[in-house]
Design a protein around this ligand. Structure first.
Ligand code: TNX
Length: 567
């Protein structure tokens, strides 16, 4: 894999360590300086404070149901254990990840024990079982003074429940420093019960690693953010005019030539098969499915630079002078490149690509792109999409494509990703399910304000409230909730050079979208989100995650005093 130096201009808080659940966090050698002992819980900085009642929680995405208890809180102590069931390696792994998260800032031993018996006193119990109505991703979290129980029908649900538990502890739990006994906050979790499950099956984010390359470690950090907010799809845009980013053994020039540059003329880079395997594994441990995209027939100049016979003719914009190798492109115009739909060699090539990528992708999807082909006539475009669709299914994957693929005849299981239409896309009329990625609401590469240094403006200026305050089931007239598979945010990287910049555009807008994807509409209100998300800035700072401190949120506000308990 090729790497290059990166600017850290927009990274706050130093080097970010990648950590959805601390698996990657080094054991600290430093002890944080003790702050002046507090006289009252309320005088402590917000990062040390946990809600005194579940009613004051700041969980994002907001759960389906939260019932505050009247009993005492659970407190992490030297006798706290994590109890996992015998015979389930996945739940055991999640238990270990939770233990690593808790041990670092608390300095407590938090051993992981295996038992199918009753909850030991002081145990955090992770368990499979519970109601099948929880689905594969739902969970039930019960907190009492004696124990914490997370019960789910499947391991993904246990993982999501652990993310909720993490958000119920003071933000300081995210620290990579040990607070020591004097400085430590009270590590308490308020009593009560949470029942939770997602609204939509597809809750995703796309990262464009083609316009600018991102290293495996940077990609892991992005996946960490998805996992924290219970998102389950990571869509990886692996090829475009400016770069080809994935090793294909049968077509070595794709990475040699196509991987050699990026927007602006930098050195680009690519993932070896081992790198890609590492990304897929890391994502899977966090219950995130990788959806690889090779955009075609348009957005293909990097592949054509490597194998010119893929094109019928080569109309190129003039702005290629800075490119390193002949035929490569480092500008940002779109819509001008295309594979030749009338060449059989093109389909042999596509078969090679889909076969190799399908073989290294455990998830069920292959995304063929299909957007913005301005230089083909409809019949040519349609023929291409239908041929590629056959190849994708031949290699055992379900096809996904940008909404333009609806012009072609789609198989019933093919999925269209809406991004520009505000009426019923043709794919839906054919019976395909839709992933909603409306650019004016979900495009993470749009500026927050006209003055945002990074980002584009063609779809909209998207401040946080605009990213949050819309409803998927009514967004497209004539498209009902049953036709919507879910939502996805897209981070195109024409202006985004590194993970610090990527996170600046992603936080806090991606958590807003995560809530649209997960939480029932009845639980969602902008004012509530605004107050809950405020509590997350302290977490992002401790994790070294850059973010946009939107003026629409009072980031330093202490958690609201809990309202009186309503039975
Ligand atoms: C449109 S949205 C594109 C991308 C650009 C993006 C920039 C879509 C399917 N295509 O090629 O990167 O706008 O915002």
């Amino acid at each position: 894999m090729m790497t290059r130096p990166r600017s850290t201009a927009l990274v706050r808080g130093g080097i970010a360590l990648s950590c959805a659940l601390a698996a990657c966090r080094p054991t600290p050698t430093t002890t944080a300086p003790a702050p002046t002992p507090p006289t009252a819980q309320t005088q402590r900085p917000p990062m040390f404070v946990s809600p005194t009642s579940l009613a004051g929680h700041r969980i994002v995405p907001v759960p389906l149901s939260v019932t505050p208890g009247s009993g005492a809180a659970f407190t992490l102590t030297s006798s706290t254990t994590i109890q996992v069931p015998a015979g389930n390696a996945e739940v055991a792994r999640t238990g270990e990840m939770l233990a690593m998260l808790l041990r670092v800032p608390t300095g407590l031993p938090v051993p992981v024990t295996t038992s199918n018996g009753a909850a030991a006193r002081g145990a955090i119990v992770l368990r499979l079982g519970g109601s099948s109505s929880l689905g594969d991703e739902g969970y039930e979290l019960t907190v009492s003074a004696d124990s914490v129980r997370i019960v789910a029908a499947a391991p993904a649900g246990v993982f999501h429940g652990v993310q909720t538990l993490r958000q119920l502890l003071p933000a300081a739990i995210e620290s990579e420093l040990n607070f020591g006994r004097r400085a430590a906050p009270a590590w308490t979790i308020p009593a009560g019960q949470i029942t939770d499950r997602p609204r939509f099956a597809w809750r995703g984010a796309m990262l464009d690693v083609a316009r600018h390359f991102f290293t495996v470690d940077e990609v892991k950090q992005f996946i960490d953010v998805l996992a924290m907010y219970k998102m389950n799809i990571f869509h990886l845009h692996l090829g475009d005019d400016q770069g080809w980013r994935i090793q294909i053994d049968s077509r070595p020039k794709l990475t040699e030539v196509g991987g050699s540059t990026e927007v602006g003329g930098g050195a680009g880079g690519f993932y070896t098969k081992a790198d890609y395997g590492e990304i897929v594994r890391y994502a899977a441990e966090r219950y995130v499915t990788v959806v690889p995209e090779i955009d075609m027939p348009g957005h293909t100049n990097a592949a054509i630079a490597a194998y010119p016979e893929l094109s019928c003719s080569r109309p190129m914009p003039a702005s290629t002078a800075a490119a390193r190798l002949p035929g490569t492109y480092t500008g940002t115009e779109v819509g001008w490149s295309t594979f030749c739909p009338d060449s059989e060699n093109v389909y042999v090539f596509v078969d090679d690509i889909v076969r190799e990528i399908a073989a290294m992708t455990p998830g069920p999807y292959f995304h063929m792109g299909g957007d913005e082909v301005h230089v083909l006539k409809d019949p040519q475009y349609i023929k291409f999409v239908e041929r590629v669709q056959d190849i994708v299914y031949k290699h055992g994957k379900t096809m996904v494509g940008w909404e333009e693929i609806g012009k072609a005849r789609l198989r019933p299981t093919s999925i269209a990703q809406q991004w520009k239409s505000d009426t019923v896309p043709p794919a839906v009329t054919q019976g395909s399910k839709l992933v909603l990625s409306p650019a004016p609401r979900t495009y993470l590469d749009m500026k927050y304000t006209p003055n945002t240094e990074l980002g584009l403006t063609w779809a909209a200026i998207i401040e946080l409230q605009r990213a949050y305050d819309w409803e998927p089931a009514t967004y497209l007239k004539g498209v009902s909730e049953q036709q919507i598979l879910g939502v996805e945010g897209a981070l195109w990287s024409e202006t985004v050079h590194n993970i610090g910049s990527a996170l600046y555009l992603t936080l806090p807008r991606l958590p807003a979208l995560a809530e649209l994807g997960w939480s029932p509409p009845a639980q969602r209100q902008w004012e509530g989100f605004r107050q809950r998300i405020a509590g997350h800035a302290a977490r992002w700072r401790l994790l070294g995650l850059n973010f946009y401190p939107s003026p629409q949120v009072d980031w330093d506000a202490a958690p609201a005093a809990p309202p009186a308990l309503v039975p």
